[in-house]
Design a binder for this molecule. Sequence first.
Ligand code: NDP
Length: 465
Amino acid sequence: MAYDYDLFVIGAGSGGLAASKRAASYGAKVAIAEGDLVGGTCVIRGCVPKKLMVYASKFSHLYEDAVGYGWSKVEPSFDWQKLVTAVNNEVMRLNQLHINFLAKAGVELFQSRATLVDSHTVEVNGRKITADKILIAVGGEAIKPDLPGVEYTVTSREMFHLKEQPKRLLVIGAGYIAVEFACIMHGLGSQVSVMIRGDRILKDFDEDISSGVKDGMSKHGIDFICNSLAKKFEQTSEGIKITYAEKGKDTESTITADAVLFAIGRAPNLARLGLETADVEVINCEDEDLPRLHGYSVNCAIQVDEYSRTNQPNIFAVGDCTNRINLTPVAIGEGRAFADTEFGNNPRVFSHHEVASAVFSQPEAGTVGLSEAEARQKYGDAVKIYRARFRPMFHSLTGADEKVTVKLVVDSNTERVLGAHMVGENAAEIIQGIAIAVKMGATKKDFDATVGIHPSTAEEFVTLR
Ligand code: NDP
C-alpha cells in the first residue's frame, strides 16, 4: 500500500527535529507537525532562554568580584523588559532557523497539531494523512498540584514572559528548574525563597552536589524553607499570600511573594494525541494519588522498547513523552538512533548510560555516572571516593566565600571511575570533557597519568589523591 509519507513525526522539538532530518537524509519522504513554535521546550521555553537568563544573572556577581581586581564599584541597574524582549527575539530567530533547517532537509512542516487516527493515519487540521511509520515526539509539560488558588502561580513556561520582575519570588520544588530559576532571579536582583518538602535539593544527584549547591545558594542570600508543603494561595493587596505547613508544626505559616513558581517536575504531554484510538500502550498510570495532567496521572508515559518502538509495530516514540532520561541531547540521540535503524539500514540502540548533565545554578553543578550512594549500592565497600573542596583561584582576590568541589567515585577492584561530580564555575564545560573518559571506561590510573593544565580548576580531577 502506498502511503502519503514514509515517516510522519508528531512534535517539532529536539527529538522530532533530529529524527525527521536524519530520516530525510536517507531519502525518506518525511513530514512533521507542530502546533506551537518549532523548536520544542528546549529552544522555546527551556534550555536556550534559560541559559541566556543565566548569563544575564551572572553580571551582578561579576560587578562585585571586579572590585577585588582593582575596578571601581559600579551601581548597576537592570531592565527586566529589555532582557525578556532580547531573549524572546532570540527564541523567535531560532524558531525560524529550525523552520529553515527543515525546508533544507526536505521535511514538510505542518504548523498544526496532529492526532493519531489509526496505526498508519494522523489527522492534521481535519485532513487525514497516511504514513508508513509514525514517530511521537511530543515532549512534556510542567505540572502543578491541585491546590486552592494555584491559578495565581506560574510554571517555568510563564517565567520567560512575566510583565514585571517580581521583587519577591517563592520557588516551590528542589529539582533542576527550581534551583536554576532561584539562582537566575536572585542574580537579577529578586529576593528569592525556595520551599522544599524535605531538607535536600537536587535529591537525585550525588550528596556533595546537593550540599555544595545548597550551601553556595544560601551564602548568596537565597532563603530555604525546608520540610514544608504549600497548602493554598491567595491574591492580596500585598501580593500572593502562601499558606504552608511545616513538618512537625501544628500551626500553618504564611509568606507573601510577588510571584510563585511551581517547579515540581514535568510530565509527558499525552493530551489529545489519540493514543487510545491508535491503541498505543501507556505505562505507569496506576497511581491514582498522583496529580493528573490532562486526565493522565503525571507518571504515565508512552511505553517503548530499546529501539523506541511502541506496542504498535509502526509507531515509535522518543524524548520526554517516553519519560526515560528527560534531557535534550537524549531526545536527539533517541531520535537519530530511531532514524538510523528504520531508514538508514543501521540498527542501533541509543545508550542511556553515563549521560552527563549539568545544573546551571550558581554555583553550577556537573555530573556524569554513578553518585556515591548509587555506587555503594552496586559495589559496596569496593567504592573509593576521591574528593577536593577548595577556594577557586579567581576568588583569592575577590574575597568571596566561594567553594569548588570535585569528586571521583571509583571501583577499587577495577580502578574504574564510576562517576565524576563537580560544583563550581564552569562545571558543565569541565564535566563534558570528563564524561568522555568515564564513558570510555577510564581508570583512576588513566586520570593520574593525565597531565593537568595549570593553573585551572579542571586540573584537580587529575591530581586527586
Ligand atoms: P525534577 O524532576 O528535576 O525535580 C522535581 C522536584 O520537585 C523534586 O526536587 C521534588 O522534590 C519536588 N517535588 C515533587 N513534587 C512536589 C510537591 N508536590 N511539592 C513540593 N515539591 C515537590 O523536576 P524539574 O521540574 O526541576 O525538571 C523537570 C525535568 O526537566 C527534569 O527531569 C530535567 O531532566 C529537565 N531539566 C533539565 C535541565 C538541565 O539539564 N539543566 C534544566 C531544567 C530541566 P523531592 O526532592 O522532595 O522529591
